[in-house]
Design a binder for this molecule. Structure first.
Ligand code: ADP
Ligand code: MG
Length: 700
């Protein structure tokens, strides 16, 4: 199978040089191997042909289906962009219009009246007229010689326009597979295939492109998913095992002046036991002589920043610099401020570096990093650019890691000869099987305790009809001297409408809560304006803050005891959880009111009700994943993997992940370096998947 990587796709029968070029540029398919690994997303049964008449008067949505007949006439109507070709098609039972908006001239040339064709497409009604837009049109011979069950492949619009559709791809794949009579060498070790009860690769590849039954197709898909996940698990495990046994790390045995001065002079409150425990775990790591790669999971508000800061101070005490990386500029700026303020008394030199840092400031930072006078650098992705050079970088903190993947982490290693210690912090508790994949190479610490005095936020679901009562409740909180957040969704696709509703929301709030002052922020404001409004609320001048989700990531106003979330039905569970974490930060009882229209689906209601019944971030994350399936979580997670998953799905395939993990452990127990003869083929398949030079895998 692997040797097909050297089989240029242009030599595959039915592809040729022209199509090869397109497939390369559009889908990144360059070899026969790539083609076989381009899995179908669905399948169509072309064994059935419908009569046009049976479609007339039918209600509801049509699936894509097949017709057989002739064109009676062609008309080109309209001009320029609105030019279209209409072909009147009949099978003798009734007629249907076929419409092309694109490739009008080409189609007109290709098609003839009176000749028999097979159409495939999705019928619809337009002004009571049955029509099919952009159907596939084939001569009957072509369809008859093709298999009855046809695979549908992921394609691009451009490929479709160039007539390189699923039919062509499928035809080429099928012909190619039929021409290969010797079975493909399995990429997985035989022992793994046997113990996990997998379908052999040769059969799986054939089945996934040409299923012989739903059951065999399912087994084939399972095998291919397992394979992808097994590569990832093996890679993760090998790296963490190797790191633990071989990779040296900076020795940081001392807790000295920085740490102690901070502890005795700056710490505004006693550490929680969980914080102490995690700091101890980190200390043990950095004293071990091996490189630390540790994930700290802690719910919103559990005090991760402090743990990060104190760990970085330990690095300083041993003569190293540290850096803290956040996924957004807002978050980076907030960390920078928090750390600067917390450590003001001890003369820590902290700097902020983001994409928008000016050239002049940047030069100063570059210099300070090189000469070692900057102790801690806080920033966004900008800090991992190659041009950023530290004097002695020894410790790296990555906050909200789910947006930084294994590959990005690896870039950091390159910043010094010995890899720095890495501490990853996440506030988004993620389900265990996901963690296994995305953080599979990390040791895990959990801050499972909130600072004292925090009471769980009382959460209720209210409908628009109950708004008057909600307003009354808010007023009572304001009269008691507390502050209130009112949050609106702002979704890019709906931006205009959303901006309108948040602006109206602000105006309305300003009116009904007068004389209390209302501040207003949304994501589209200029940073300076945003900051001005935000500080009104932070310093207490404004009692109400109307905002879009920009507040999700960080503001800390303990006096704010109430959060109203408008259109709560439009938020994801994890997002609601993050938002809710903005209240309940002081000693007073806090409230979160989820506002929703009454008319919502059962699933949405279930989601919102879950929010009212628990404040446990892990429960919420698990439920979020179950309910949303491959939602945002999966998207962002996936971006952190060493290669794109083609068939496995992190959100849905938890069970397969676990299986793959177990199998990878067993394999590495018996052959830690994958050098045994029976594992060599797999080892090269793995290296190829990871497309990684050896030194990369050795140091990370
Ligand atoms: P997160 O884990 O969400 O990043 P933060 O680090 O922002 O949490 O901490 C949340 C709030 O809790 C901050 O205001 C911080 O100062 C405060 N905090 C952190 N640790 C403690 C503690 N041990 N006792 C009291 N408050 C604490
Ligand atoms: Mg934080």
């Amino acid at each position: 199978m692997l040797s097909l990587r050297n089989y240029d796709i242009k030599y595959v029968k039915g592809i040729g040089p022209e199509r090869a070029k397109l497939l390369g540029s559009e889908l990144g398919l360059h070899s026969a191997y790539d083609l076989l690994r381009h899995y179908p997303t669905s399948y169509i049964d072309r064994t059935k042909t419908y009569s046009v008449r049976s479609l007339h008067g039918a209600v509801g949505e049509f699936p894509s289906l097949q017709l057989r007949g002739r064109f009676v006439s062609f008309n080109v109507v309209g001009e320029g962009a609105s030019m279209r070709l209409i072909g009147l098609f009949t099978d003798g039972s009734a007629t249907i219009d076929c419409v092309w908006f694109k490739g009008v001239r080409e189609m007109r040339k290709r098609l003839a009246t009176g000749r028999e064709y097979v159409l495939f497409g999705k019928p619809s009604y337009f002004h009571d007229n049955l029509q099919m837009t952009h159907p596939e049109v084939d001569p009957p011979e072509a369809v008859e010689s093709a298999p009855g069950v046809r695979a549908v492949y992921p394609l691009t619009e451009r490929l479709r326009q160039r007539n390189l559709g699923s039919r062509v791809l499928h035809g080429a794949v099928v012909a190619f597979l039929r021409s290969r009579t010797t079975p493909f060498h399995d990429t997985l070790p035989q022992a793994v295939v046997a113990s996990a009860g997998l379908m052999p690769l040769d059969i799986a590849i054939r089945e996934v492109h040409m299923p012989s039954s739903p059951e065999t197709l399912e087994k084939a898909r399972m095998r291919l998913k397992f394979e992808e996940l097994f590569y990832i698990q093996t890679d993760m495990l090998m790296r963490s095992r190797e790191r633990k046994s071989a990779i040296q790390g900076y020795m940081m045995p001392r807790a000295g002046k920085w740490f102690n001065d901070f502890y005795y002079q700056c710490l505004p409150f006693p550490l929680t036991n969980a914080q102490k425990r995690v700091i101890k775990e980190i200390r043990a790591d950095i004293m071990s002589g091996r490189q630390m790669n540790r994930l700290v999971q802690g719910d919103v508000g559990s005090g991760k920043t402090l743990v990060a800061l104190m760990s970085m101070l330990l690095a300083l005490d041993n003569g190293y610099q540290a850096c803290l990386m956040a996924p957004t500029e807002i978050l980076a700026a907030q960390h920078f401020e928090t750390i600067s303020e917390l450590a003001a008394k001890i003369g820590l030199n902290v700097r902020l570096l983001t994409g928008s840092t000016r050239a002049k400031q940047r030069r100063i930072i570059d210099e300070g990093l090189r000469d070692g006078s900057i102790h801690i650098l806080v920033g966004t992705h900008a800090v991992i650019e190659d041009r950023v050079v530290f004097n002695r970088l020894g410790f790296v903190v990555i906050d909200e890691q789910h947006r930084f993947g294994v590959a990005q982490r690896a870039r950091l290693w390159k910043k010094s000869d010995v890899p720095p210690h890495v501490l990853v912090m996440t506030a988004t508790p993620i389900p265990r099987t996901l963690a296994m994949t995305v953080y599979g190479d990390l040791d895990v610490s959990v801050i499972d305790e909130l600072p004292p005095g925090r009471k769980p936020v009382a959460t209720v679901l209210r409908y628009d009809e109950q708004r008057a009562q909600v307003i009354k409740g808010i007023k009572a909180q304001l009269d008691a001297g507390h502050q209130v957040y009112i949050v609106f969704p702002l979704v890019e696709e709906n931006e205009k409408l959303d901006l309108k509703s948040v602006t109206e929301g602000f105006e309305h709030a300003a009116e009904i809560f007068a004389p209390y002052k209302v501040a207003f922020v949304h994501g589209r404001m200029k940073p300076a304006e945003k900051e001005a409004q935000m500080s009104l609320f932070v310093n207490g001048d404004a009692k109400v803050l109307v905002a879009t989700t920009v507040i999700e990531v960080g503001v800390n106003v303990p006096n704010a005891t109430t959060m109203v979330i408008e259109n709560a039905e439009r938020f994801g569970l994890s997002q609601l959880h993050q938002l809710r974490g903005r209240v309940g930060r002081g000693a007073d009882r806090s409230h979160c009111i989820l506002m929703s229209k009454h008319n919502i689906g059962a699933d949405t209601r279930k989601r919102l009700e879950l929010m009212t019944s628990t404040t446990d971030g892990f429960v919420i994350a698990e439920a979020d994943m179950q309910m949303r399936g491959p939602g945002d979580i999966e998207g962002t997670m996936q971006s952190g993997l060493p290669f794109d998953l083609k068939i496995a799905n992190l959100a849905r395939d938890g069970q397969i992940i676990q299986l793959a993990r177990k199998a990878a452990e067993a394999l590495l127990d018996s052959d830690p370096t994958l050098t045994a003869p029976q594992n060599r083929y797999f080892a090269s398949a793995l290296a190829m998947m990871l497309n990684r030079s050896t030194d990369w895998s050795r140091i990370s």
